[in-house]
Ligand binder design. Structure first.
Ligand SMILES: Cc1ncc(C[n+]2csc(CCOP(=O)(O)OP(=O)(O)O)c2C)c(N)n1
Ligand SMILES: [Mg+2]
Length: 1010
């Protein structure tokens, strides 16, 4: 309303002085009169006032800038027409003859002003319709059977539809002034309607469909309009066209070569979307030219071998030899199929003459699961090279149409894109939209018109393009790279294409898509079409084209011959994240021992004091926090640590040693249980924070602690990727409660537990999973230890050979480490061991809740000094241990139940009769230490006690291993909750009675052996 009134006021007649003043000025400063009667004019609504204002400014610049009718109109107004009178509507039915006379006096024989305004507005609306909806009618589908259904939202544009906008066919040759919201005019500010429509059709309705008008940022919208509307903007030099053809040849002939040589092998070929290769190469060229040095890519199966060969430039013989089923693997591990392996390659980019590193991340079959992993790795590379704006390192993610629309992780990954600790400053997404997912049509696979609609949530522009037009593809890829380079935000290129074969080369697509495949059979290949076009245009000759084809075929044949010499498959050649210097040249750990993980008393005291301080001036913290910090001061003076302080000691000491520490997850900054407080908030100044951990030492590594989005799948994947970039970082992801980790199950199963064996790639990620039966109900109790333990690769039935380096070797051989520490000191050690051991392994830590504040769950500094280590097992050190032969029962347990057991033992006066032994490292199982305990208590029976239900927790994992340790010569009894479907009861009373019942079992030495 304010805007309207201002505009209206501006339309007041100018005084002579004002008129004179305004000459030569783009924006005069008219007198404001807010309640001018003209505000009531019917044509001056919010939109039209913008338009009239624009006309007015143009008229002020030069009366000839506007149509004659407008000129007269403004002159009349300036000549002193009373406010409102100059804008009188032409006579309407019911107008008085006086009205008509006065209007005629003003405008004389001038055209109908209202009609004029309406027509101009109609043209504006038409332009906007193209901008908003032009993509609906763009010719995007090479098969012309488009699966995109816009029935509910028809895009009525084109010559035949001008009537819908209130325009007539007779208006087509009238000249209309173009609004500033379009660039179709080029140097012209006005064009005939016919030409306006023609140019809009060219910009928005050919082989490119631009979806962008939903973007909130006006400058970004303007930028895109300029890139697509400017006349003649999509032009390429002969050189560029020839290069494009060469790339199309490589892409096409590579698939044809594979098909010729291995016609019965699955390869998930790219046929039907061959322009993906020039698309990616264009993005990489352009990004390299703007300074990008490293591109990290994630992609699914489709066209992956082609991307490896022609984008990353993996040696062809290395790819071809993968098809040889007789090839033996040289590396340990089970390996993976050829279209999952990763790759890392540094090469000179010819477009930019700069080096660029391209890496394609290994990935599982689980579509889109690699997305957050790529983002995490990208972020880490940016972080380690100080690239705070994403100018040197970037990511490209490729997607299939069905997966992009269907997999929730896509959405979760998008939501990381603009978060300070997770942004990679813009990802270029490329969708191979072959309009089918295996055998399923899009109309059965998604509810949105496009597979790309998910990207709209983050205001990413979406460039749909007909993949049968390589030039259009190249153009949008150039624009996408420029977009990322300009705005550092995500962008999507939707390559609308088809899949020439079945889902894989063995599949019969006619079973399920008969009509589509009839059409596909008729479809001329894109290379052939493009080559014919370029030959017809004189860009290349037929002979040149054929020579280029022959040249590439020869390259393939030669590589094929070489590939036959390969006898051994080296999966290590397919590493996506090498860690130079961390391993020996043969890729082995540099040693098989782990130094003491203790630190000096001074260091403990120093870090403890930092943890208790507010190292910023004039910083007001909350009173409750002051008490917590005071508590820390007291602990330091008493030389003890609670859980939070133990963690502080581990992080702080590693930081001091130059190891970056990154802790991420929901509410990790404070800690779900309000125990951590790594970020202090000034109570008087908004957004003023202090992170004491970054004040440990001037040359320390930086500490990152970040509250994450509420996504386990996305954020765990991200941190896993982050941890891949460097072995010299402790990267931790904490679940809010361990129970919630299973929404990230795919990352756990497909990457964390099995990543090394599939892809020979180490990863030291740490999962902190709050766990414990505390009466909090079925979803706030269990981190599901049974699931993690079930995936451990140590053999329950074989007692291992105990060598001197057994403890470390066992860690090296396992797929991951699972611990449940019962003391802060042991937690401190296990975190430090993650970095001090000479290799990297994922670490799963079941972390406590009530132990965070349990008065007994404290560790003395003595347990953390130099010479001390992580304790895989903590033997009983009470009266039972001093006369072991008199002990009647050894209760093995893990985690917080230890404290309940020892309290109960004392209450029952059984301190001498019962030993309680804590297994802190569940996996790999400490066979040697368990054996020492079972050997020591020769007369005791053995019990495994856990607070979890019998079919959950650790029992199924532990029992066979203890039995193996004792050569099956004694039973292992169970004390714990009974089998159950849910992890915990929601009823506090039931919870407590269950606890009492199994404690009774545990300490009933005479009977009750279950
Ligand atoms: C999470 C997941 N679910 C199911 C599958 C099985 N699957 C493999 S490919 C495929 C179809 C994928 O379609 P699309 O994303 O369009 O890629 P296209 O094969 O068409 O290139 C399916 C369902 C999978 N690999 N991952
Ligand atoms: Mg598909």
């Amino acid at each position: 309303m304010h805007r309207l009134r201002t505009t209206v006021a501006r339309l007041r007649p100018l005084t002579a002085a004002q008129a004179a003043q305004s000459v030569g000025f783009r924006t005069p400063q008219p007198v404001r009169r807010l309640n001018a009667p003209v505000a009531a004019e019917p044509f001056l609504n919010g939109t039209s006032s913008n338009y009239v204002e624009e006309m007015y400014h143009a008229w002020l610049e030069n009366p000839r800038n506007v149509h004659k009718s407008w000129d007269i109109f403004f002159r009349n107004a300036n000549a002193g027409a009373p406010p409102g009178a100059a804008y009188q509507s032409p006579p309407l039915l019911g107008a008085t003859s006086q009205d008509v006379a006065s209007l005629q006096a003003l405008v004389g024989a001038q055209p109908n002003v209202e009609k004029l305004v309406e027509d101009h507005l109609a043209v504006q609306t038409l332009i906007r319709a193209y901008q908003v909806r032009g993509h609906h009618i763009a010719k995007l589908d090479p098969l012309e059977i488009s699966c995109v259904d816009f029935d509910d939202a028809p895009c009525a544009v084109g010559f035949q539809n001008v009537g819908l906008y209130g325009l007539a066919e007779t208006d087509l040759d009238k000249v209309f002034r173009l609004p500033k919201t379009t660039f179709i005019g080029g140097n012209d500010s006005a064009l005939p309607l016919r030409e306006i429509i023609r140019r809009l059709e060219m910009a928005y309705c050919q082989h490119i469909g631009v979806e962008f008008m939903f973007i909130n940022d006006l400058e970004q919208c303007r930028w895109i309009r300029q890139k697509f509307e400017t006349p003649g903007i999509m032009q390429f030099t002969v050189e560029e066209k020839r290069r494009l053809l060469a790339r199309m040849i490589r892409s096409t002939r590579f698939e044809e070569f594979l098909q010729r040589k291995w016609s019965s092998e699955k390869r998930f070929g790219l046929e039907g979307c061959e322009s993906l290769i020039p698309a990616l190469k264009t993005i990489i060229d352009k990004s390299s030219q703007s300074g990008v040095e490293s591109v990290i890519m994630g992609m699914p199966h489709r066209g992956r071998l082609n991307v490896l060969a022609n984008v990353i430039r993996k040696e062809l013989d290395q790819i071809f030899c993968q098809f040889d089923s007789k090839l033996e693997a040289a590396d340990e591990g089970s390996g993976d199929v050829k279209y999952h392996l990763g790759m890392y390659h540094k090469r000179m980019n010819r477009a930019s003459d700069r080096f660029i590193t391209l890496s394609l991340m290994a990935n599982p079959s689980h579509l889109e699961a690699v997305d957050p992993v790529v983002q995490g790795k990208t972020k880490a590379e940016q972080f380690y090279c100080g690239d705070t704006e994403g100018k040197r390192v970037m990511s490209i993610l490729l997607h299939g149409d069905a997966a992009f629309a269907g997999q929730g992780i896509v959405y979760e990954t998008f939501h990381l894109s603009d978060l300070p600790s997770y942004t990679t400053h813009g990802t270029i997404h490329v969708v191979v939209n072959n309009q089918i997912g295996f055998t399923t049509d899009p109309r059965m696979a998604r509810s949105s018109p496009y597979p790309t609609d998910v990207a709209r949530v983050v205001n990413a522009p979406i460039f749909h393009v007909n993949a049968d037009d390589p030039e259009a593809v190249m153009y949008v890829c150039n624009v996408a790279s420029e977009w990322r380079n300009t705005f550092h935000k995500d962008v999507v290129v939707d390559l609308v294409c088809y899949r020439r074969n079945g889902h894989n080369e063995m599949d019969e697509p006619m079973f399920t898509q008969p009509l589509m495949y009839k059409q596909i059979k008729k479809q001329k290949g894109v290379l052939q079409k493009f080559a014919e076009k370029l030959i017809a245009d004189g860009v290349v000759t037929t002979q040149e084209y054929e020579e280029e084809v022959a040249r590439y075929d020869k390259i393939c044949e030669e590589a094929y011959s070489r590939s036959k010499d390969e006898k051994i498959l080296h999966i290590k050649h397919w590493l996506d994240s090498p860690w130079p210097g961390f391993f020996t040249l043969e890729g082995q750990p540099k040693s098989m021992n782990c130094p003491s993980t203790g630190i000096s008393e001074d260091e403990l005291r120093h870090i403890g004091n930092i943890a208790a301080s507010v190292p910023m001036e004039d910083f007001t913290i909350h009173g409750g926090l002051s008490r917590i910090l005071k508590g820390r001061t007291n602990m330091v003076s008493q030389r003890v640590c609670d859980w939070a302080l133990g963690e502080y000691m581990a992080f702080g000491s590693l930081l001091k040693e130059g190891i970056h520490v990154r802790l991420s997850g929901q509410d990790v900054e404070r800690g779900t249980f309000s125990h951590r407080h790594h970020v202090l908030h000034d109570q008087t100044t908004d957004k003023r924070i202090c992170i004491p951990m970054n004040y440990i030492s001037p040359d320390q590594a930086p500490y990152t602690v970040c509250n994450s989005s509420l996504s386990e799948y996305g954020v765990l994947g991200f941190e896993l990727g982050f941890a891949m970039a460097s072995p010299n970082a402790l990267v931790l992801w904490e679940a809010q409660f361990g129970d919630f980790h299973n929404t990230a199950q795919c990352i756990i199963d497909q990457f964390i537990s099995s990543g090394q064996t599939k892809w020979v790639r180490h990863n030291g990620i740490v999962l902190l999973l709050p766990h414990g039966m505390e009466g909090m109900g079925p979803e706030h109790s269990s981190a599901r230890p049974e699931r993690f333990l079930q995936m451990c690769n140590d053999d329950p039935d074989v007692f291992p050979k105990i060598s001197e380096d057994f403890a470390v070797r066992q860690l090296y051989d396992c797929n991951w480490i699972v611990v449940n520490c019962s003391t802060p000191g042991n937690y401190f050690h296990v975190l430090r061991r993650q970095i001090l051991q000479p290799f990297r392994k994922p670490l799963i830590v079941f972390t406590p809740k009530s132990l965070l504040r349990h008065p007994e769950a404290k560790s003395s500094f003595d347990d953390m000094l130099p010479g001390t280590h992580f304790r895989r097992l903590i033997p009983d050190d009470g009266p039972a241990a001093s006369s072991p032969e008199r002990v009647k029962r050894v209760i093995f347990c893990s985690g917080k139940i230890y404290y309940e057991l020892t309290r109960e033992r004392t209450n029952r006066g059984l301190d001498e009769a019962v030993a309680v032994v804590r297994i802190e490292q569940l996996s790999p199982f400490p066979f040697d230490l368990v054996k020492a305990e079972t050997d020591r208590y020769v007369n005791a029976d053995l019990v495994w006690c856990q607070e979890e239900h019998k079919n959950q927790g650790y029992y199924d994992y532990i029992k066979p291993r203890i039995r193996t340790t004792i050569s099956h010569n004694r039973p292992v009894w169970y004390a714990g909750r009974e089998p159950a479907a849910a992890p915990a009861t929601g009823n506090k009373h039931t919870h407590l009675s269950e606890l009492q019942r199994f404690l009774d079992t545990a300490f009933n030495l005479e009977a009750g052996k279950v």
